[in-house]
Write a protein that binds this ligand. Structure first.
Ligand code: WTA
Length: 656
């Protein structure tokens, strides 16, 4: 943990926030919990007796084919929930609604960037998912096999996920903005047999050539036997004989009925890659019963889903937010989910607000970055459209600054919609800390109180409680049902990263502090992970991509505050001796990095330097670089620096 310094800097910025907003009485009237005391009681019981609590929740909210024997087991940092039981996630998300009035209710309402729309009812979803599952079977896939999904945000992405779940195939969704190399690495790490992709997707009026990327990736993925291609943009793509097949050509021949097979509670549901402190992204493995329970119950209580709601989470299904709060948690509750394929401001800046008005969206869940960029665009867009259908707002992915919170509250929520600032992670599977809308008073910038069964603690590195406003490391004291079970293929790394950093508790990698009301204020990462527009990136991941560039000798990447995107990326680069700096070199390096990882890793600034500051043991002192990138100078402690002349050189560079 090399950047402890950042903890204090960020904490200062929200410490003086003391506005408090009381729950909206109108909203509270129809809310599932009567008041905060009911929450407190339920919360206490969930902490005192988690097994009884979650058992009851499972009985109330999930359909099992066979009941479990044991509620919870914990051995060698491996959790097992509801052992002995069998169930199917796809069944819970679809089939169980078909015997109710929801049968003909819209499950998905989708709008493409060019403007076309599609509505898929639960009954139709059943047919589509069944067809797709049968297609997967025809291609030879069976329970336990892995399939990669690399798609634009179109209904087929959701259909493919649910089809995998229906027959026990483990999916790994790779965000469409990742490069071919990132896709390749993920397919290789999880040994996928099949890749499901599309010819392309629309973004900002142009088509993103996904099939070309997929082809590039598949040059080095011998485990891939077939590539299924959805026709979305209609442009010409290469179809490799014997490997590539069109989705629409295969699926027409398949039956629209496919049994949702009973799977053990701990059957793997998906692997999702996310960035960590060291090395390559890690594949977090989530399993069936616990994940489904966590996402279902958080959705029910925090998003207050009613049958009349039209819910929109703006995340892509390539992220955990999309998995849990576009697909699984929502469909399991029988909700109507709105999805939008493209860029938020295309063709005009008011696209979001226009869609909210047109589809009468009632619940909106988005990221602070999006809110901040809308603020910059001015109030004209949101004021032009009728946003009166909205009744609940949510944020996720990064700390929200109080100014953005207030704007969201006033301009979008018209002061009547509760805002839930939800803190959680890929690893936690579902929301962990969040207000309960209608009963929790909110404070702009605070995620407020823990969800049922979640016992947070703010600790010092030695495991003692961190007291006072300075804060400490946010940890979770006990395992919970929807936690990731392991890092795929590397349980040792899982133990070390999450359970040994501070012995015996789950280490989140975030800093936090708690105020007098017991509210949690999340301060951002305290490790070498940066959060750009709510997307997690490892500084070392970018560095290892950069050093493969033929001109680069060494590279150190740090994050610096960015008013819109939360953080921006600054890369300090030393060049190989033989290399002369030329005009296009920075551009070339930037392109190289985005080619390796994806556009989201594009550096905001590249700085050439003769040397990097290192400790006597040879570790790059990122803390100093961060200070320099942020403030332009270095005032912090430099006593462990090995060569002080490096500092002088860095400063000189800065003054240039
Ligand atoms: C950050 C996204 C402050 C945090 C669901 C966490 C937040 C990382 C919040 C996980 C929030 C997420 N307030 N910070 N409400 N929500 N974060 O895995 O640093 O993509 O560790 O999961 O995002 O990012 P991930």
């Amino acid at each position: 943990m090399s950047n402890k310094g950042s903890l204090e800097v960020s904490i200062d910025s929200v410490l003086h926030e003391n506005r408090k907003f009381h729950p909206n009485k109108e909203f509270a009237k129809n809310y599932i919990l009567k008041d905060l005391n009911v929450y407190k009681k339920l919360y206490q019981s969930s902490i005192k007796n988690p097994k009884a609590f979650w058992e009851k929740m499972a009985i109330q909210n999930i359909v099992f084919f066979k009941k479990w024997r044991t509620v919870f087991k914990w051995k060698d940092y491996k959790a097992e929930w509801f052992t002995g039981g069998t169930l199917n996630v796809s069944f819970n998300c679809i089939d169980r609604h078909l015997i109710t009035e929801r049968k003909n209710k819209a499950a998905l309402i989708w709008e493409g960037e060019p403007g076309e729309t599609r509505t898929i009812t639960y009954q139709q979803l059943y047919s589509e998912v069944s067809r797709c599952a049968n297609m997967l079977k025809s291609l030879g896939l069976k329970a336990g096999d892995k399939a990669a999904i690399y798609m634009p945000l179109i209904p087929e992405a959701v259909i493919a996920m649910l089809a995998c779940a229906r027959i026990g195939v483990v999916h790994t969704v790779v965000f469409g903005g990742f490069s071919s190399n990132s896709l390749r690495d993920r397919i290789q790490d999880s040994n996928c047999k099949l890749l499901i992709t599309a010819d392309g997707g629309f973004r900002k009026g142009t088509s993103v050539k996904m099939k070309d990327m997929a082809d590039e990736a598949c040059k080095e993925t011998p485990t891939i036997k077939n590539v299924v291609v959805v026709k979305r943009t209609g442009e010409k793509v290469n179809m490799k004989l014997g490997r590539d097949v069109w989705w629409h050509e295969l699926i027409v021949n398949e039956s629209n009925q496919c049994e949702a097979i009973p799977l053990p509670s701990e059957h793997p549901l998906f692997i999702l890659y996310t960035s960590g402190t060291t090395g390559k992204p890690k594949g977090l493995l989530h399993t069936t019963a616990g994940y489904l329970l966590g996402t279902t119950v958080t959705t029910k209580y925090l998003f207050d889903i009613k049958d009349t709601d039209i819910y929109w989470c703006t995340a892509d299904v390539g992220w955990i937010t999309g998995h849990s709060y576009v697909v699984y948690g929502l469909l399991s509750n029988g909700a109507t989910v709105f999805m939008y394929e493209g860029a938020p401001t295309y063709p005009e800046a008011d696209r979001f607000w226009k869609m909210i008005a047109a589809h009468r969206i009632t619940i909106l869940y988005t990221a602070p970055t999006a809110i901040r960029s809308f603020i910059r665009l001015g109030n004209e867009g949101p004021l032009k459209h009728d946003l009166s259908s909205l009744r609940l707002l949510g944020t996720v992915g990064e700390p929200i600054n109080p100014e953005a919170w207030i704007w969201y509250h006033e301009v979008i929520g018209k002061k009547k919609c509760p805002i839930i600032d939800t803190w959680w992670q890929t690893e936690t599977g579902a929301i962990m800390i969040s207000p309960f809308p209608g009963i929790t008073s909110t404070k702009p910038g605070s995620a407020t109180l823990p969800f049922f069964g979640v016992e947070p603690a703010i600790l010092n590195k030695d495991g003692t409680p961190a007291k006072g406003t300075k804060g400490g490391y946010l940890c979770i004291k006990k395992p919970w049902p929807h936690m990731a079970r392991t890092i795929y293929g590397d349980h040792e790394r899982f133990k070390k990263t999450y359970w040994k950093e501070i012995d015996g508790v789950y280490f989140t990698g975030d800093g936090a502090h708690q105020d007098r009301d017991g509210y949690y204020w999340i301060m951002g990462r305290v490790d070498d992970v940066i959060n750009v527009s709510g997307h997690r990136l490892g500084t070392m991941e970018i560095e290892s991509a950069a050093v493969q560039h033929p001109s680069i000798a060494e590279c150190a990447v740090v994050g610096r505050p960015d008013p819109i995107r939360g953080q921006g990326i600054v890369a300090f680069v030393t060049l190989k001796k033989s290399v002369a700096v030329n005009e296009g070199l920075k551009d070339d390096i930037s392109k190289f990095i985005t080619h390796e990882i994806g556009n989201l890793a594009r550096p905001d600034e590249i700085r050439f330097t003769e040397a990097l500051p290192k400790t006597r043991s040879g570790k790059i002192m990122r803390r100093l670089l961060r200070e320099l990138a942020t403030t332009g100078t270095i005032k912090g402690d430099t006593t462990t620096l090995e060569d002080f002349s490096v500092l002088e050189k860095l400063r000189e560079k800065d003054e240039e």
